[in-house]
Design a protein around this ligand. Sequence first.
Ligand code: ZN
Length: 116
Amino acid sequence: MDAHKNDLAGLSTRQLLSRRRALATRLGDVERVLAGSLAEQTRRCGKPGCRCAAGEGHGPYAYFTPRAAGRGRARYVPAALVEAVRGYLRAGSGAEAVLAEISAINAELLARRELS
Ligand SMILES: [Zn+2]
């Protein structure tokens, strides 16, 4: 983080504003985002004599766990939605990275008293 901050310190204010604008453009569609993780798990159904009792469980099934504390329960994701959830997660990570960069630029602008 400090290395990144030093990078920004080496740029002119005009360059910072230009970079900030380019980053904001990259944000794109921020409606389709998710913060959390997707995991695949197998499950045992509990029926006596089912193959899952001794061998592999059923599935794997996908579960989404939201990152936000207090709502961390894993929820089943139907197979038809797994690719969409992956896309939302990628978009969420990307948007967060872009926002972090914009925030770092704004912190640098604030240090220069050029935040407006
Ligand atoms: Zn079973």
